[in-house]
Design a protein around this ligand. Structure first.
Ligand SMILES: [Zn+2]
Length: 186
Protein backbone atom coordinates (compact mmCIF):
# COMPACT_ATOMS: atom_id res chain seq x y z
CA UNK A 1 0.00 0.00 0.00
CA UNK A 2 1.34 3.38 -0.97
CA UNK A 3 1.64 6.12 1.57
CA UNK A 4 0.38 9.61 0.81
CA UNK A 5 3.97 10.85 0.60
CA UNK A 6 4.90 8.17 -1.92
CA UNK A 7 1.91 9.02 -4.07
CA UNK A 8 2.76 12.72 -3.97
CA UNK A 9 6.32 11.94 -4.92
CA UNK A 10 5.29 9.74 -7.82
CA UNK A 11 3.04 12.52 -9.13
CA UNK A 12 5.85 15.02 -8.79
CA UNK A 13 8.20 12.77 -10.76
CA UNK A 14 5.63 12.36 -13.50
CA UNK A 15 5.24 16.11 -13.73
CA UNK A 16 8.89 17.06 -13.58
CA UNK A 17 10.62 14.02 -14.97
CA UNK A 18 13.24 12.36 -12.86
CA UNK A 19 16.52 14.22 -12.77
CA UNK A 20 19.44 11.86 -13.36
CA UNK A 21 21.75 11.95 -10.33
CA UNK A 22 24.80 12.88 -12.40
CA UNK A 23 23.12 15.85 -14.02
CA UNK A 24 21.83 17.22 -10.84
CA UNK A 25 24.80 19.41 -9.70
CA UNK A 26 25.07 20.87 -13.19
CA UNK A 27 21.41 21.72 -13.18
CA UNK A 28 21.73 23.24 -9.77
CA UNK A 29 24.62 25.57 -10.64
CA UNK A 30 22.97 26.33 -13.97
CA UNK A 31 20.21 28.05 -12.06
CA UNK A 32 22.57 30.27 -10.10
CA UNK A 33 23.42 33.81 -11.13
CA UNK A 34 27.11 34.22 -10.34
CA UNK A 35 27.45 37.73 -11.74
CA UNK A 36 27.62 39.44 -8.36
CA UNK A 37 29.45 39.00 -5.06
CA UNK A 38 26.52 36.90 -3.88
CA UNK A 39 25.51 33.98 -6.08
CA UNK A 40 21.76 34.19 -6.39
CA UNK A 41 19.48 31.20 -6.82
CA UNK A 42 17.20 32.00 -9.76
CA UNK A 43 14.88 29.01 -9.35
CA UNK A 44 11.80 28.89 -7.12
CA UNK A 45 11.94 30.59 -3.73
CA UNK A 46 9.94 30.25 -0.57
CA UNK A 47 8.15 33.16 1.00
CA UNK A 48 11.09 33.69 3.29
CA UNK A 49 13.43 34.30 0.38
CA UNK A 50 15.29 31.00 0.47
CA UNK A 51 15.71 29.17 -2.79
CA UNK A 52 14.10 25.77 -3.18
CA UNK A 53 16.15 23.39 -5.29
CA UNK A 54 14.95 20.08 -6.68
CA UNK A 55 17.10 17.13 -5.61
CA UNK A 56 17.21 13.52 -6.80
CA UNK A 57 14.10 11.61 -5.83
CA UNK A 58 11.77 14.43 -6.85
CA UNK A 59 11.85 16.34 -3.59
CA UNK A 60 13.21 19.79 -3.01
CA UNK A 61 15.50 21.29 -0.43
CA UNK A 62 16.70 24.69 0.60
CA UNK A 63 19.02 25.82 -2.20
CA UNK A 64 21.75 27.12 0.12
CA UNK A 65 21.80 23.78 1.96
CA UNK A 66 22.11 21.96 -1.35
CA UNK A 67 25.00 24.26 -2.34
CA UNK A 68 26.77 23.45 0.92
CA UNK A 69 26.26 19.72 0.45
CA UNK A 70 27.50 19.77 -3.14
CA UNK A 71 30.77 21.30 -1.96
CA UNK A 72 31.29 19.82 1.48
CA UNK A 73 29.11 16.73 1.70
CA UNK A 74 26.15 15.97 3.97
CA UNK A 75 25.12 18.44 6.67
CA UNK A 76 25.07 16.86 10.15
CA UNK A 77 21.66 16.41 11.78
CA UNK A 78 20.28 19.43 13.55
CA UNK A 79 22.77 21.80 11.96
CA UNK A 80 21.77 24.90 10.04
CA UNK A 81 23.55 26.47 7.11
CA UNK A 82 23.84 30.18 7.80
CA UNK A 83 24.75 33.16 5.63
CA UNK A 84 27.72 35.43 6.31
CA UNK A 85 26.17 37.79 3.78
CA UNK A 86 22.68 37.86 5.32
CA UNK A 87 21.15 37.20 1.91
CA UNK A 88 18.73 34.24 1.94
CA UNK A 89 18.77 33.45 -1.82
CA UNK A 90 22.59 33.47 -1.89
CA UNK A 91 24.12 30.02 -2.47
CA UNK A 92 27.80 30.98 -2.76
CA UNK A 93 29.64 28.36 -0.68
CA UNK A 94 32.13 30.99 0.52
CA UNK A 95 29.24 32.91 2.09
CA UNK A 96 27.84 29.94 3.97
CA UNK A 97 28.80 28.50 7.32
CA UNK A 98 27.43 25.82 9.58
CA UNK A 99 25.87 26.57 12.92
CA UNK A 100 23.30 25.42 15.43
CA UNK A 101 19.88 26.97 15.87
CA UNK A 102 21.38 28.96 18.76
CA UNK A 103 24.09 30.30 16.46
CA UNK A 104 21.39 31.21 14.00
CA UNK A 105 19.55 33.20 16.66
CA UNK A 106 22.72 34.92 17.80
CA UNK A 107 23.65 35.67 14.22
CA UNK A 108 20.24 37.15 13.55
CA UNK A 109 20.41 39.31 16.63
CA UNK A 110 23.88 40.50 15.70
CA UNK A 111 22.73 41.36 12.21
CA UNK A 112 19.58 43.01 13.50
CA UNK A 113 17.25 40.65 11.69
CA UNK A 114 15.06 39.83 14.63
CA UNK A 115 13.16 42.10 16.92
CA UNK A 116 13.95 41.56 20.58
CA UNK A 117 11.53 39.35 22.45
CA UNK A 118 10.40 37.34 19.44
CA UNK A 119 11.29 33.72 19.79
CA UNK A 120 12.68 32.33 16.63
CA UNK A 121 11.37 28.94 15.56
CA UNK A 122 14.62 27.05 15.38
CA UNK A 123 16.41 26.61 12.09
CA UNK A 124 13.35 26.72 9.91
CA UNK A 125 14.06 30.21 8.72
CA UNK A 126 12.57 33.44 9.90
CA UNK A 127 9.24 35.00 9.16
CA UNK A 128 8.87 38.18 7.18
CA UNK A 129 7.92 39.89 10.40
CA UNK A 130 11.14 38.82 12.07
CA UNK A 131 13.19 39.98 9.14
CA UNK A 132 12.35 43.61 9.71
CA UNK A 133 15.46 45.57 10.42
CA UNK A 134 16.00 46.51 14.01
CA UNK A 135 17.26 50.03 14.32
CA UNK A 136 18.80 51.94 17.19
CA UNK A 137 17.30 51.54 20.62
CA UNK A 138 15.02 48.71 19.50
CA UNK A 139 18.08 46.52 19.19
CA UNK A 140 19.12 45.39 22.68
CA UNK A 141 22.77 45.14 21.74
CA UNK A 142 22.70 48.72 20.48
CA UNK A 143 22.77 49.79 24.13
CA UNK A 144 26.31 48.54 24.27
CA UNK A 145 29.38 50.09 22.68
CA UNK A 146 31.46 47.83 20.43
CA UNK A 147 34.25 47.73 23.04
CA UNK A 148 31.74 46.56 25.64
CA UNK A 149 30.58 43.83 23.28
CA UNK A 150 34.17 42.67 22.86
CA UNK A 151 34.67 42.72 26.63
CA UNK A 152 31.49 40.71 27.19
CA UNK A 153 32.57 38.13 24.66
CA UNK A 154 36.03 37.77 26.11
CA UNK A 155 34.81 37.51 29.70
CA UNK A 156 32.02 35.10 28.77
CA UNK A 157 34.56 32.95 26.93
CA UNK A 158 36.71 32.84 30.02
CA UNK A 159 33.71 31.48 31.89
CA UNK A 160 32.07 34.38 33.72
CA UNK A 161 28.41 33.71 34.53
CA UNK A 162 25.73 35.32 32.37
CA UNK A 163 24.07 36.76 35.44
CA UNK A 164 27.11 38.72 36.62
CA UNK A 165 27.73 40.19 33.17
CA UNK A 166 24.05 41.02 32.75
CA UNK A 167 24.00 43.01 36.00
CA UNK A 168 27.26 44.76 35.28
CA UNK A 169 26.27 45.87 31.76
CA UNK A 170 22.62 46.51 32.55
CA UNK A 171 21.16 44.15 29.95
CA UNK A 172 19.34 40.82 30.10
CA UNK A 173 21.08 37.47 30.36
CA UNK A 174 19.59 36.60 26.99
CA UNK A 175 21.31 39.59 25.46
CA UNK A 176 24.64 38.61 27.03
CA UNK A 177 24.20 35.10 25.73
CA UNK A 178 23.39 36.29 22.23
CA UNK A 179 26.33 38.65 22.18
CA UNK A 180 28.64 35.91 23.39
CA UNK A 181 27.42 33.56 20.66
CA UNK A 182 27.25 36.17 17.92
CA UNK A 183 29.71 35.74 15.15
CA UNK A 184 29.32 38.88 13.20
CA UNK A 185 28.79 41.64 15.68
CA UNK A 186 29.52 45.03 14.13
ZN1 LIG B 1 26.19 35.90 -0.35
Amino acid sequence: MKTQAAIRQARYRLRKGVIPRKEWPLRFWGRVDKSGECWIWTGPCQGKGYGQAPVPGGRSKRAHRVAWELVHGPIPDGISVLHHCDNPPCVRPKHLFLGTAADNNADMMAKGRQRPGITHAGNRGWSTRNRQRVIGAGNPAAKLAPEQVETIRARRLSGEPLSRLAVEFGVSETTISRIALGRSWR
